[in-house]
Design a protein around this ligand. Structure first.
Ligand code: PLP
Length: 344
């Protein structure tokens, strides 16, 4: 394929393809029946991710949607209320799953670049009153997808956790891209393990595995989560072939996320000089969201012009475009994209 024929994929980091070495690790996996708890590779992955965050136990699931939905179901009873940000994945992109799977309702808070504060959460915790839904859970997202890959400050999370403790609420983290935040801010993952009752981590985004997410919590929580996973049809059998990719990703693909962040910053600095670009969300990790603000060009026209150069980006709204960097985007691809952007 010539350079122009090679697609440059910025629509999502979910497009990553397993490397040859990852595939070899998958082929070599020792497997068993995981519903019986006998797949040694799944067990090793669950242990390894739990240890990484200093949490008691883990549960391997097919997707981040499932790990989030299981967590919410374990934390709540039907009729309870979940506090989350208005653009958070658990609410915005999971097909109404909170209502359907848990029979719970959401209380939305409008955040800043996807982040909410303890100060905003306090007034939306319902009083103990028969008229009001029982507030039971706060769900945060880090990094925030619709916030342009923004990262929470650990001190703010600590405040939110204190508030949750004071009101008997659970605290869940949709950490689909948590590793991006940890690498970008050089954080200790165990700080997250201490502050959240449950964490969902995706292996199939920037970490480059083809499938899979791990839900973390204490042993009693994960025991309950395992039951919910079975009911949802998420009990997989020889899943060790997939878990092996996750183990490989944990070993080889975390530190390299810094390259993706550097690529995102490179794109941003070029976009900042394009006269058809309006607002650019602050770029902290691997997601670039920007507004097309020009009388001459619309966002769909920019998307089409990029596509004609085999550069794939996605629409976040009628006016906003998202570009996500990942291990399938090479420095040469960034270079080519920069040249194309400059010419638009
Ligand atoms: C922030 C966030 N949470 C959860 C998910 C769900 O992951 P999955 O696609 O594996 O269901 C995604 C997917 O893009 C995401 O961006």
């Amino acid at each position: 394929m010539s350079q122009l024929e090679t697609p440059i994929e910025f629509r999502s980091d979910t497009f990553t393809q397993p490397s040859e070495a990852m595939l070899q690790a998958m082929f070599a996996a020792k497997v068993g029946d995981d519903v019986f708890g006998e797949d040694v590779t799944v067990n090793a992955l669950e242990r390894s991710v739990a240890d990484f965050f200093g949490m008691e136990a883990g549960l391997f699931c097919p997707s981040g949607t499932m790990t989030n939905q299981i967590a919410i179901q374990v934390h709540t009873q039907p009729g309870d209320e979940v506090i989350c940000e208005a653009g958070s994945h658990v609410y915005f992109y999971e097909g109404g799953g909170i209502a359907k799977n848990s029979g719970a309702q959401v209380r939305l808070v409008q955040g800043s670049y996807g982040q909410i504060t303890a100060e905003q959460i306090l007034p939306v915790i319902n009083p103990d009153d028969v008229h009001r839904a029982r507030t039971r859970l706060v769900s945060l997202e880090n990094t925030c997808n619709r916030g342009g890959g923004s990262c929470y400050n650990l001190a703010e999370i600590a405040k939110i956790r204190s508030l949750c403790d004071a009101h008997g609420l659970g605290l869940h983290l949709d950490g689909a891209r948590l590793m991006n935040a940890i690498v970008a801010n050089q954080e200790n993952p165990k700080e997250y393990g201490k502050m959240f009752h449950s964490i969902s981590l995706c292996l199939s985004k920037g970490l480059g595995a083809p499938v899979g997410s791990v839900l973390l919590g204490d042993a009693a929580f994960i025991k309950q989560a395992r039951r919910v996973r079975k009911v949802m049809g998420g009990g997989m059998r020889q899943a060790g072939y997939l878990a092996a990719a996750g183990l490989f990703a944990m070993e080889h693909n975390i530190n390299r996320l810094a390259e993706d962040h550097a690529h995102a910053k490179q794109l941003t600095s070029v976009l900042a000089d394009c006269n058809w670009v309006g607002e650019i969300f602050p770029v902290e990790t691997n997601i670039v969201i920007f507004e097309v603000a020009s009388a001459l060009k619309t966002a769909p026209e920019i998307i089409a012009a990029l596509l004609s150069q085999n550069i794939r980006v996605s629409a976040m709204s009628p006016t906003h475009i998202r570009m996500v960097t990942h291990l399938g985007v090479t420095p040469e691809m960034i270079h080519r994209t920069v040249e194309v952007l400059k010419g638009l």
